[in-house]
Design a binder for this molecule. Structure first.
Ligand code: NDP
Length: 483
């Protein structure tokens, strides 16, 4: 039976890739191809950029109310297709259907809703000078054509987190989802057509990173790049765009610490720590993969955590009691397993998981890994320094704040950190000294879309979220009028 085909969305129409080439789109829960994704190339990006350029003037000159209305219709379109989108997201990515339905797809709609309304309240500053009477005011203009490139772990969620502010600010967009999880972006093309988004305002081109992503980043007409993905790819993109002086926003990898003090609210902390360790198979950039536990509760923590992890059901993403679905690809599964092997070589003890899980029946070829807990490693070993991006965590005891801060801050990354304590003063001290763009205290992944989102050190450059994203997608121009 012929597999369903995905199409590019260029100039308001669904289009085959210029070269006519396609890649298999694999369902990671079964290991089998279930659709075909365009293997586009620089010609498709050229078409997309030209379509975006042509649409740019009219879109930028629409009133904010008009732009807002179109974006709200897209949000409604996503909400109306919640069940369908959740199902395809789960099939594409391997994540539990329940998670896609409760988190990924609602958040994608919320991204559009948030920026459709944020733009109505977006202003700029003015400064009055008294000594030499004059007024300065700042115009904020869209950049023109911008590029948005996103990864596979939260496919529609992260794709729309970039596209929505870019469009709200009056830019036109050429976007590339990960070729591993293209289906929900394809459905978004259909939703945009139904919502009356003018042709060329958003263009979605599918294909491989170096070919399609590379053609976006190097295209002279693309004025800014908003990228989420791995640190290595981020460095490559920075190398390409820096000499062209494009605006650049990078949301990159993480190796986040989860720091648990003796006085932590134990039950809440345990429930959330199981979640922050293994949600989405540990494939969330914000997952806490290095868990530090103060010595007084180390043994109790270890016993309860290991029991809890062993209870998490690994299985087909569509099953209603599945907690851990499949990881995204065979290559990624092998990478995760190689890190587990490395941890053993480095002297770690596997307390839970540690191996691939074969789910019987039609899922036997799927890429499942048991939630894995490792103990006994030095904080500076590779397992504790490199991003694994899977259902794998290490646990390490500590005694003092100083000691845990040194271990927590020892990595090249600085995306997020979590602290569990009832001591308010300690919470403030830790939050101030942790090298991270985001610190959660007694919670995890509690997101207010108005706040700045991003990392320090090798976790990124710039901030998304709130008005920060609208600042990124506009260029300020100061006007000084003497009177
Ligand atoms: P990658 O960096 O491999 O890919 C991200 C996107 O970039 C994909 O669409 C990819 O295409 C594309 N790409 C690859 N090479 C190039 C290139 N040379 N030029 C332009 N684009 C390119 O990341 P993953 O998809 O593997 O995602 C996992 C990573 O994302 C993890 O490191 C994770 O921490 C990070 N991440 C960070 C977040 C944050 O907010 N800081 C949030 C979520 C994830 P293709 O898929 O075809 O290779």
């Amino acid at each position: 039976m012929a597999l369903d085909k995905i199409y590019n969305y260029i100039g308001g129409r669904l289009a085959e890739p210029s070269g006519g080439n396609y890649l298999d789109n694999i369902n990671p829960a079964t290991g089998k191809a279930y659709s075909r994704v365009p293997a586009s190339d620089a010609r498709d990006i050229q078409d997309a950029v030209m379509a975006a350029k042509q649409a740019s003037k009219a879109w930028s000159q629409r009133s904010v109310d008009e732009r807002s209305e179109v974006l709200l219709r897209i949000a409604e379109g996503i909400e109306a297709r919640l069940d369908d989108l959740a199902e395809i997201e789960s099939i594409d990515n391997g994540k539990p259907l329940k998670l896609a339905k409760s988190v990924d797809i609602p958040r994608a709609a919320k991204n559009f809703r948030f920026y459709a309304t944020a733009i109505l309240h977006y202003g700029s500053t003015s400064y009055e000078m008294v000594e030499q009477p004059a007024i300065n005011y700042t115009l904020r203009r869209p950049l023109g054509v911008v590029g948005c490139i996103s990864p596979w772990n939260l496919p529609l969620y992260l794709f729309t987190w970039k596209i929505a502010p870019a469009l709200a600010a009056g830019n036109t967009v050429v976007a590339k989802p990960s070729e591993l999880t293209p289906m929900s972006a394809y459905r978004l093309s259909e939703i945009c057509m139904e919502a009356g988004l003018p042709p060329g305002v958003l263009n979605i081109v599918h294909g491989l990173g170096p070919e399609v992503g590379g053609a976006i980043t190097s295209h002279p007409e693309v004025k800014a790049i908003s990228f989420t993905g791995g640190t290595k790819t981020g460095a490559e993109i920075a190398r390409v765009v820096a000499p062209k002086f494009k605006k650049l926003s990078l949301e990159l990898g993480g190796k986040n610490p989860n720091i648990i003090f003796d006085d932590a609210p134990f039950d809440d902390m345990m429930r959330m720590t199981l979640h922050s360790s293994f949600a989405n198979q540990g494939q969330i950039c914000l997952c806490g993969s290095r868990i530090f536990i103060q010595s007084g509760i180390y043994d109790k923590f270890k016993e309860t955590f290991v029991k809890g992890a062993k209870r998490l059901k690994v299985g087909p993403p569509a099953d209603k009691d599945t907690k851990i679905g499949a990881v995204v690809s065979e290559a990624h599964m092998n990478k995760i397993l190689s890190y587990i092997h490395l941890a053993e070589e480095e002297g770690g003890t596997i307390l839970a998981g540690g191996q691939r899980v074969i789910v019987p029946g039609e899922y036997c070829g799927g890429y499942y890994i048991a939630p894995t807990i490792i103990e006994g490693l030095q904080y500076h070993c590779r397992t504790n320094q490199e991003e694994i991006f899977g259902p794998v965590v290490t646990i390490t005891p500590f005694d003092t704040e100083e000691e845990v801060l040194e271990m927590a801050n020892s990595v090249r990354y600085g995306l997020s950190a979590t602290v569990w304590t009832k001591d308010v003063s300690r919470a403030h001290r830790m939050a101030a000294r942790l090298e991270a763009g985001i610190v959660w205290v007694n919670t995890w992944l509690l997101r207010d879309l108005r706040t700045p989102f991003g990392g320090v050190k090798d976790s990124g450059l710039g901030r998304e979220g709130g008005f920060d994203a609208l600042d990124f997608f506009t260029e300020p121009k100061n006007v000084c009028i003497k009177y």
